[in-house]
Design a protein around this ligand. Sequence first.
Ligand SMILES: NC(=O)c1ccc[n+]([C@@H]2O[C@H](COP(=O)([O-])OP(=O)(O)OC[C@H]3O[C@@H](n4cnc5c(N)ncnc54)[C@H](OP(=O)(O)O)[C@@H]3O)[C@@H](O)[C@H]2O)c1
Length: 290
Amino acid sequence: MTIQGTTKICALIGDPVEHSLSPCIHNAAFQRLKFDYVYVAFQVRREELAKAIQGVRSLKIHALNVTMPLKVDVIQYLDRVDDVVKMVGAVNTILNDEGSLIGYNTDGKGALMALKANNESPADKKIVILGAGGASRAISYSLAEETREIMILNRTLEKAESLVKDLSSKFGNKVRSGKLCRNLLRKELKEADLLINATSLGMHPNEDKTPVKKNLLRPDLPVFDLVYDPLETRLLMEAKSVGAKTIEGLTMLVYQGAASFEIWTGKKAPIQVMLEAAQEKIEAPKSGIV
Ligand SMILES: NC(=O)c1ccc[n+]([C@@H]2O[C@H](COP(=O)([O-])OP(=O)(O)OC[C@H]3O[C@@H](n4cnc5c(N)ncnc54)[C@H](OP(=O)(O)O)[C@@H]3O)[C@@H](O)[C@H]2O)c1
């Protein structure tokens, strides 16, 4: 890669960012396609966000990814957001279009593409989604457009109810909510065609945690876990052990990155290159990740 006067800069902003896979995924794609782009990561604390966005404008940085804890706060500094962001209330992708900052959210699209890449079409399914945070909001919106029925279960019931209320104006009563508890899980999973974990349960360093006990899983219930660190969560391991199909969160991470790449470059993303770069990075010893 030759960095020169014309090189377009794309960056991740958030806090922390040092373990992010995004620089590795995007730089692999830029290099393979010989694009004059580079991707870097900037640690930006919440209180520095306004100045950081001013810097993006002044330095004419071409594009951003936005991660925790800035995904919601950043909206106030943008010139426009797309319809998905209006519903989801969070931005993970920004394009600097000749000085105008436009916000997008590619998480929902990434989840849909990951499912389809694994031959799991959401069409005419009952999907149970666990969690009602930012990721759940994004994927619930995208899936509701394509599926028959969605049940959102969350530890804090009010958050699930508020998400369903937001979705109901567009999707009527095909999306429902409930409290994430054993009894309701048992009842809802009985008729479910797909289970998606959008909680952070099972994520490093709490690998021993799982949102669903093994005895509620079954061979004909595919499980998609958004958590990608570790690659195979306890939920996915247990689903696999009962004979169920499993889909890893890393696939979604790569597809949401690919959707950002396409917004920034106007060109098709090299998915396989991005997937291999992410796998290589995540499988590297943790001490080697800087
Ligand atoms: N693969 C990808 O591309 C991708 C993209 C985005 C996010 N993710 C992953 O998805 C997960 C959620 O991310 P997010 O951005 O939605 O986070 P978030 O907004 O902080 O939401 C966290 C969710 O997890 C639930 N939760 C946390 N601890 C819990 C516990 N002990 N018991 C039950 N529920 C618990 C929360 O429930 P309450 O509302 O009750 O607190 C909430 O629903 C993270 O692991 C993140 O890494 C993956």
